[in-house]
Ligand binder design. Structure first.
Ligand code: SF4
Length: 475
């Protein structure tokens, strides 16, 4: 996927003006936030679970070299073939070579964000292999020739009518002429078409939610069972995963799975939690004849050695997206690459560089909601601030904002001058806006006032009001 993060501001304007998108985002947000809340109420101590989840992931990251080697040893002992890929192009080459070696014509794919990150579909198409997305949401965005807009709900931006139109346009070639309206009918039609694809595919590619070092197993969590069909029906199964997916043992998976389902979709556990350990053995009735694992670095080692390393704890649940007011207003495509929302605002510049995605860490109010819902307690606001510091030190960002920050820094270092300036500013603003109750234009802050009016200040700063109240109490 070609990154479009440089066009972030343009993308945002387009998303905000898209009424259908706004409707879809609001409906999804209400549902996902509500479901998570209900699911975590059923756990006696969800905070304790979060703390344990954080510790498991942090411990693994601190000993990543050890657990990676243990995984390699156990995965290969089970008959799997492991490939290390230092970057996206190396990963693509490994996957394409395996497909070519088996003279593959079609590949069925399970949902995988790392697959999007390395651009598998484009590479397969170039090599003359047809990639077929089998997760329903991914299938819909593939029909629409779009990228996923959410890491858990890829077609969250689509309305039902848009999906009806897509099916009607693309399913005629399968003899499906009836225009469907009900969700159950749409799902049944996609399911019927997909069955033949599964049976005829030469290779299956899935991602992995977890890689278990102690057993060499791959864990795939889905609600549709498509991951299991991709892994067991074709003769060759390729797993793509980032290095950070390793966990030490099966007990750790069982804890993380409890966190993942609840945080992602508000389920106690997803419908399918499947463990794959090596290819088919002689005694097995089914399974792939070959199992390959492509372990991808693509900037993760650098991330591990940086102040942003806590980001590697991410288990891709999407909770931070669902609770983010910015994501809720602009959707995933505006971020311009694979990872949207708060986790994307850290990961995208960390992988692609601040030159490419420098606007993302600044598109945040730092309200902290993402950190408070993250199942592995990633301090996203802190990481976003670190990226802003990096940006400032590198002299990046707009000249206006850099100038404004320098002025602000001078005042912040001199509290008396700061209080005087803010008191005067607030007083003047309250005079200007007194009659109308709001202001339509603020110098240097057009971003704030272009889509909404700035409310009239009360005439005093928060600190002055707080001091007044304090003095009254002391009287
Ligand atoms: S950063 Fe946390 S909340 Fe966001 S996707 Fe990753 S694990 Fe989930």
């Amino acid at each position: 996927m070609q990154p479009l993060s440089r066009q972030f501001k343009k993308n945002v304007a387009k998303s905000i003006a898209d009424k259908e998108l706004q409707k879809s985002l609001l409906t999804a947000k209400k549902c996902l936030v509500h479901n998570r809340l209900n699911a975590i109420k059923l756990v006696t101590d969800f905070e304790l679970l979060r703390e344990k989840g954080k510790q498991i992931k942090q411990h693994t990251l601190s000993h990543l070299d050890y657990y990676l080697e243990e995984f390699e040893k156990n995965f290969t002992a089970q008959g799997g073939q492991l490939h290390w890929a230092k970057d996206a192009s190396e990963a693509r080459k490994i996957i394409v070579d395996i497909c070519k070696h088996h003279d593959a014509k079609t590949v069925v794919k399970g949902k995988s964000m790392v697959g999007e990150e390395i651009g598998i579909n484009e590479a397969l198409e170039e090599a003359g292999v047809e990639p077929i997305e089998t997760d329903l949401g991914e299938y819909i965005v593939q029909l629409a020739n779009e990228a996923p807009s959410h890491i858990i709900v890829p077609c969250v931006h689509k309305t039902r009518q848009q999906i009806i139109d897509l099916f009607s346009k693309h399913h005629k070639k399968y003899g499906c002429d009836k225009k469907l309206t009900e969700v159950s009918e749409l799902v049944a039609e996609a399911r019927k078409i997909m069955r033949t694809k599964f049976l005829n595919a030469d290779v299956g590619i899935t991602g992995a939610n977890f890689l278990v070092a102690e057993t060499g197993s791959t864990v795939v969590v889905t609600n549709e069972g498509n991951g299991d069909l991709c892994s067991t029906l074709p003769k060759v199964h390729i797993v793509t995963a980032g290095l950070e997916k390793i966990v030490p043992g099966l007990d750790d998976v069982s804890l993380l799975v409890r966190l993942l389902g609840r945080s992602a979709t508000g389920q106690e556990i997803t419908a399918y939690t499947s463990f794959f350990t090596g290819p088919k053995r002689d005694v097995d009735l089914d399974g792939p004849e070959e199992m390959h694992m492509v372990l991808i670095d693509n900037g993760r080692t650098d991330l591990l050695n940086s102040e942003l390393n806590e980001m590697l704890r991410c288990i891709r649940c999407g909770a931070c997206l669902n609770h983010c007011p910015v994501y809720g207003s602009i959707g995933g495509h505006a971020y311009g690459w694979v990872y949207p929302g708060p986790m994307g605002a850290v990961l995208t510049p960390a992988i692609l560089g601040l030159e490419e995605a420098g606007d993302l860490p600044n598109a945040c109010t730092l309200n902290g909601r993402c950190e408070s819902v993250c199942p592995v307690k990633i301090p996203l606001p802190k990481l976003l601030r670190s990226l802003r510091v990096r940006q400032f030190k590198k002299n990046q960002g707009s000249k206006t904002s850099r100038f404004a920050l320098k002025i602000w820094a001078q005042f912040a270092k001199h509290p008396k001058a700061y209080h005087w300036a803010s008191n005067t500013g607030i007083y003047l603003l309250s005079l200007i806006t007194a009659r109308k109750g709001s202001i339509k234009f603020l110098p240097l802050a057009r971003g704030w006032t272009s889509s909404r009016n700035f409310p009239a200040p009360q005439g005093k700063t928060f600190q002055s009001l707080w001091l007044e109240q304090k003095e009254k109490k002391c009287e």
